[in-house]
Ligand binder design. Structure first.
Ligand code: CDP
Length: 213
């Protein structure tokens, strides 16, 4: 296997990160979570008090940033940052900026096996020619339950109906936006992640063994 690219797309809290991490550790693929980049940019804008209703202000700030960290910290997992990330993700100039960071990551981190990259538009736009594309499907109620538990476990205050509402709103925004909306990429395998992770892992293992020889 050499420099393969696996893309994982799906809605909020569908388990993309857990699945990516599993593939990354079992098959030694480098993992890139593109959502982290949108979240990091949202945090930069929030901390700099940029008016995110004003595209010129966002553009000005982006031009001043030298780089964005890939670090996953608790600070970028809050509901506020989830919403803000989704809000700024509608702009094509924001997406182009983040896509460039993803291409640089792949260029700089070449490794034998390849990459597993997750997000909303990875198989449909960013890495259209990927070797294997997965699309993760889970009902909103199950996703909200899992996200609720994740937030509580990490010490954040959380209310289930609020999480469900936020997830549905983010789904709507991500699917209806003009630039790179969340879609099932052409040629993607649909992974049903409503059940146990063990079942999902079994499906994925079979797919990877069959498709990545
Ligand atoms: O972890 P979760 O699925 O809740 O979200 P995430 O993957 O961290 O992404 C946060 C937000 O960034 C999403 O709701 C999208 O609006 C945006 N995003 C995007 O537009 N395109 C990507 N490739 C990744 C994230």
């Amino acid at each position: 296997m050499k420099n393969k690219i696996i893309t994982i797309d799906g809605p909020a809290a569908s388990g993309k990160e857990k699945i990516s991490k599993y593939i990354s550790s079992k098959w030694k693929f480098k993992h890139l979570d593109s959502g982290v980049l949108y979240r990091r940019l949202a945090l930069i804008l929030l901390e700099a008090k940029v008016n995110t209703n004003n595209v010129f202000e966002i553009k000005k700030k982006i031009n001043q940033i030298s780089t964005i960290s890939y670090r996953k910290t608790k600070k970028i997992r809050t509901q506020r940052i989830s919403q803000l990330a989704s809000k700024i993700a509608i702009y094509s100039f924001v997406r182009e900026y983040i896509n460039k960071l993803q291409y640089n990551f792949v260029k700089k981190n070449k490794n034998k096996q390849g990459f597993v990259i997750d997000g909303r538009d990875i198989g449909s736009v960013v890495f259209k020619k990927a070797d294997l594309k997965l699309y993760i499907e889970v009902k909103p109620e199950i996703r909200a339950k899992r996200r609720y538990k994740q937030l509580i476990d990490s010490g954040e205050k959380s209310i289930y109906p609020k999480i469900l509402k936020e997830i549905k709103l983010r789904d709507k925004k991500d699917k209806q936006r003009k630039h790179s909306p969340l879609v099932i990429p052409k040629g993607a395998h649909i992974i049903d992640n409503n059940g146990s992770f063990r079942k999902t892992v079994k499906n994925i293992t079979e797919l990877l063994e069959k498709n990545l020889k």
